[in-house]
Design a protein around this ligand. Structure first.
Ligand SMILES: [Ca+2]
Ligand SMILES: [Ca+2]
Ligand SMILES: [Ca+2]
Ligand SMILES: [Ca+2]
Length: 379
């Protein structure tokens, strides 16, 4: 009997202690460690508060404003330079200042650096700078043209196109320019490398089969393999965020349409069937949607438009129309906005689009200069 009472007493003490710990949100894992002789104060227990009654009617939560920065190219100073601005168009800064042509800014995955292509030293080379324009460094240095830098997802490598061997080949290098390695070796033109989200593949374009096809190669080299065999030129491969599918453009039906295919080459699916030229397929960050542009055929009285459809091509919704060119789509961090260039107001300017209410805002206004090639920072 005594043992039973003792047991019950201990059990109720244990339950009480557990209830106390639970009620206080006491988190033993969160306790600071004791370092050296520094005394550590015991945190005050946090008493549970009553769950507040929901306020009716609910107050409107403001829609998140666009964050991050947008890099772009403009010739407003007389030659093409790289600029950056806040996502509302404020805080404009010119990052390059060289009579050569500077183009194709691409953000490092951590948003701290920008790689770009310039012919300032007599032929196209790859450069990198900090996101405020400081710390400029040339990464390639050879007489052949080097273009199209793309960062690996971990930010440690940059893949690019090079003509240093007498035809276009895919190269990769460390982000400081060291370790430049040729990944392809074919007399055909190999260009436009795109990293898979996992960093373990590069998709690229090659005309080694007689028309432009998409191939895959490992970032460390080895053989390249054809992803999909289409009878007409393909272009603009872009990986879904989970790496399972690749969207691209194909001229199979006589003009560019958007297709997707699994990363193993199976499941080829045509998403658009229009006479216009689709362009710039860009997956939403959750992989559920694809944004793209249509560029009307020459002589058509249609206007260029920007669409967002589901990832299988269904439910295409026109978000923007006007002008002959809406393109260069880049999604915002968080995925609630995208930026694009359009000549809907007469010359190329940079816009943002709120994909939930469909409103677009023009961020640049420098006629007749062009502002184009917007790239939204990843954070
Ligand atoms: Ca320049
Ligand atoms: Ca070069
Ligand atoms: Ca080649
Ligand atoms: Ca089409």
């Amino acid at each position: 009997m005594k043992n039973k009472i003792t047991f019950l007493l201990l059990a109720s003490l244990a339950l009480g202690l557990a209830a106390f710990l639970s009620a206080c949100n006491w988190n033993p894992v969160g306790l600071p460690g004791v370092a050296g002789n520094t005394p550590v104060s015991t945190p005050e227990p946090v008493l549970p508060t009553d769950t507040p009654e929901p306020t009716l009617p609910p107050t409107a939560t403001p829609f998140p404003a666009p964050s991050g920065r947008i890099a772009f190219v403009s010739d407003r100073s007389g030659d093409r330079e790289i600029y950056v601005m806040n996502a509302d168009g404020s805080g404009l800064a010119r990052l390059t200042n060289d009579p050569g042509e500077d183009r194709a800014p691409v953000w490092s995955p951590d948003g701290r650096r920008i790689a770009f292509t310039s012919n300032r030293d007599g032929n196209w080379e790859i450069y990198v700078m900090n996101a405020n324009g400081s710390g400029l460094a040339r990464l390639t240095d050879d007489p052949g043209n080097d273009t199209g830098p793309v960062w690996s997802p971990d930010g440690r490598q940059i893949a690019f196109d090079s003509y240093r061997d007498g035809n276009w080949e895919i190269y990769a290098m460390n982000a400081d320019g060291s370790g430049q390695t040729r990944l392809t070796d074919d007399p055909g033109g190999d260009s436009y490398p795109v990293w898979s989200p996992g960093g373990d593949w590069l998709a690229f374009l090659t005309n080694r089969d007689g028309n432009a096809n998409i191939y895959l190669v490992r970032p460390w080299g080895g053989g390249a393999a054809r992803l999909v065999d289409t009878p007409a030129p393909d272009s603009a491969p872009t990986w879904s965020p989970d790496g399972s599918r690749i969207a691209f453009l194909s001229w199979t039906e006589g003009n560019p349409d958007i297709y997707t295919v699994n990363a193993d080459g199976s499941g080829l699916t045509r998403l658009t069937q229009t006479a216009a030229a689709e362009d710039c397929p860009a997956w939403s960050l959750d992989g559920l949607r694809l944004a793209y542009c249509t560029i009307p055929t020459e002589g058509s009285d249609e206007l260029s438009s920007l669409f967002i459809s589901l990832a299988d091509g269904s439910n295409p919704a026109m978000f923007v129309t006007g002008g002959q060119f809406n393109c260069a789509i880049s999604w915002s961090p968080g995925g609630l906005y995208l930026t694009f260039q359009s000549d809907r107001d007469g010359n190329n300017e940079i816009y943002t689009l709120n994909i939930w209410d469909g409103t677009s805002v023009r961020l640049t206004d420098n006629p007749p200069a062009s502002s184009d090639s917007p790239a939204w920072s990843p954070r």
